[in-house]
Design a protein around this ligand. Structure first.
Ligand code: CA
Length: 223
C-alpha cells in the first residue's frame, strides 16, 4: 500500500513517514502543493494525506484537482484549521476524512485503515467492457467464459484493472505485483503481459491491454 504525504512542515512529514513505514506502508513526501499535485496526478497511490495550508497550492485546491480525474482515491486532510466551516469546506472539496492538528498517530492510523478498508471492499469486483475480475472467488471472465490465470497473471490484471484509464508505469507494476525493485531487468513483465494478452484475447483478436511505449501499460477505452 502506497501513501502520499503532502506536508510542508518537514518534522511532521518525517514523523508521519517513519510511523507509516513502521506499519509497512510505502511513502512518498511532497513539501509543497505543486509537487504534491504532480505526484498525485502522475503516480499511483492508495491514499493521500494532505495538509491544508501549503506553499504553492492549498490542500483544498489539490483535492479539487485530483477529484476531476480520480473520484475514488481516499484523501485525508491534516490541518490546524478547526472550525466547522473549515471541516465542511474540506469535505465538500472531496476529502474523505479530516483530522485536526495536533493529532495522535494512533488515531490517524486508525482513520487511514478505515479508508483503505472501504477502498478494498469496493475493489473486490472489477470490470472493463466484457471482462470481470472477482477477488473473493479469484475468478476472471471475459464475454461469459472463465479464464484461468496464474497467481501472478491475476495480480497483474488486478493492478491494471484497479487503475483502468490510468497509465501504469513499468516501475509501479513491478513494485506492486512483484513487490520488489528490479529496474535493471524488467523483461519478465513483458513476458507476463504477453501471457495475459493471449489468455484474454477474444475471437476477433481484440487486445485489452495497451502498451504505452517506453512507459508502461494501460487498460482503457479505445479511441
Ligand atoms: Ca502547512
Amino acid at each position: 500500500m502506497k501513501i502520499l504525504i503532502i506536508e510542508d512542515e518537514i518534522g511532521i512529514a518525517n514523523f508521519l513517514r517513519d510511523g507509516l513505514e513502521d506499519e509497512n506502508y510505502s511513502v512518498d513526501i511532497a513539501h509543497d502543493g505543486l509537487r504534491g499535485l504532480e505526484l498525485a496526478t502522475n503516480r499511483i497511490y492508495d491514499l493521500i494525506l494532505a495538509d491544508w495550508m501549503l506553499p504553492g497550492i492549498s490542500g483544498i485546491d489539490i483535492t479539487k484537482q485530483i477529484r476531476k480525474s480520480n473520484k475514488k482515491i481516499p484523501i485525508i486532510f491534516l490541518t490546524a484549521k478547526d472550525t466547522v466551516q473549515d471541516t465542511v469546506a474540506g469535505l465538500e472539496a472531496g476529502a474523505n476524512d479530516y483530522i485536526k492538528k495536533p493529532f495522535q498517530f494512533e488515531e490517524l492510523l486508525a482513520r487511514i485503515k478505515v479508508q483503505l478498508r472501504k477502498e478494498e471492499e469496493e475493489l473486490t469486483n472489477l470490470s472493463f467492457e466484457d471482462l470481470t475480475l472477482d477477488t473473493t472467488t479469484h475468478q476472471v471472465f471475459r464475454d461469459g467464459t472463465e479464464i484461468n490465470l496464474t497467481k501472478k497473471e491475476f495480480s497483474l490484471l488486478y493492478f491494471l484493472l484497479k487503475n483502468k484509464g490510468k497509465v501504469c508505469t513499468r516501475n509501479d507494476i513491478i513494485k506492486e505485483v512483484w513487490e520488489i525493485n528490479f529496474e535493471t531487468d524488467s523483461s519478465s513483465l513483458d513476458v507476463y503481459i504477453n501471457f495475459l494478452r493471449k489468455k484474454l484475447e477474444t475471437k476477433n483478436g481484440e487486445n485489452i491491454i495497451q502498451t504505452i511505449r517506453g512507459i508502461g501499460y494501460i487498460i482503457r477505452e479505445r479511441e
